[in-house]
Design a protein around this ligand. Structure first.
Ligand code: MG
Length: 169
């Protein structure tokens, strides 16, 4: 016999997934979770194009069934032009808090051929943890390439994935 569906308000732990993809173009800063990485190209976007921050924010919204950052921060709205990715995370966290939820853990993957990101791992983890209000030990961050294949492999694009766990407070 089918169970009655649980009301959303009674689910105390939530998971969400987020994904983002940006072109890499010249004369744009290369920013990941607000950390500036010296490189000849950077993500193109209406905001700062920070794919890791955007994936994390979308994961939070997904956990709440609250749409996506394209709805919250439309790229047609000049108010969000150049908005920092970490600010988008902070605002999304505020939306979650209004609904009674806080992030407790996040895991992420950044897919990028170049530049080498490992030297920036600690700074990126620290920045993400700070924006989410969680311990850096609860932030996962992996760097992958596409072994030279496709637009990411040619250094023309970057993508990021995030999974977040949220708890009712
Ligand atoms: Mg984006």
């Amino acid at each position: 016999m089918d169970r009655c569906p649980r009301a959303a308000a009674t689910v105390a732990t939530r998971q969400g997934i987020g994904y983002d993809f940006h072109r890499l173009v010249v004369r744009r800063p290369f920013v990941l979770a607000g950390v500036l990485v010296p490189f000849a190209r950077g993500p193109l976007g209406h905001s700062d194009g920070d794919p890791l921050a955007h994936a994390v924010a979308d994961a939070m919204l997904g956990s709440l069934g609250a749409g996506d950052i394209g709805e919250l921060f439309p790229d047609r709205d000049p108010a969000f032009r150049g908005m920092a990715g970490l600010e988008i995370i902070r605002r999304t966290r505020a939306v979650a808090r209004e609904r009674g939820f806080v992030p407790v853990q996040v895991d992420t993957v950044v897919v990028c051929q170049a530049p080498a990101l490992s030297p920036f791992r600690r700074a990126i983890v620290t920045a993400l943890a700070g924006a989410l209000g969680i311990d850096p030990g609860l932030v996962g961050l992996k760097f992958k390439t596409t072994e030279g294949l496709g637009p990411i492999g040619r250094g023309r694009a970057i993508s990021a994935f995030a999974v977040v766990v949220m708890e009712n407070q």
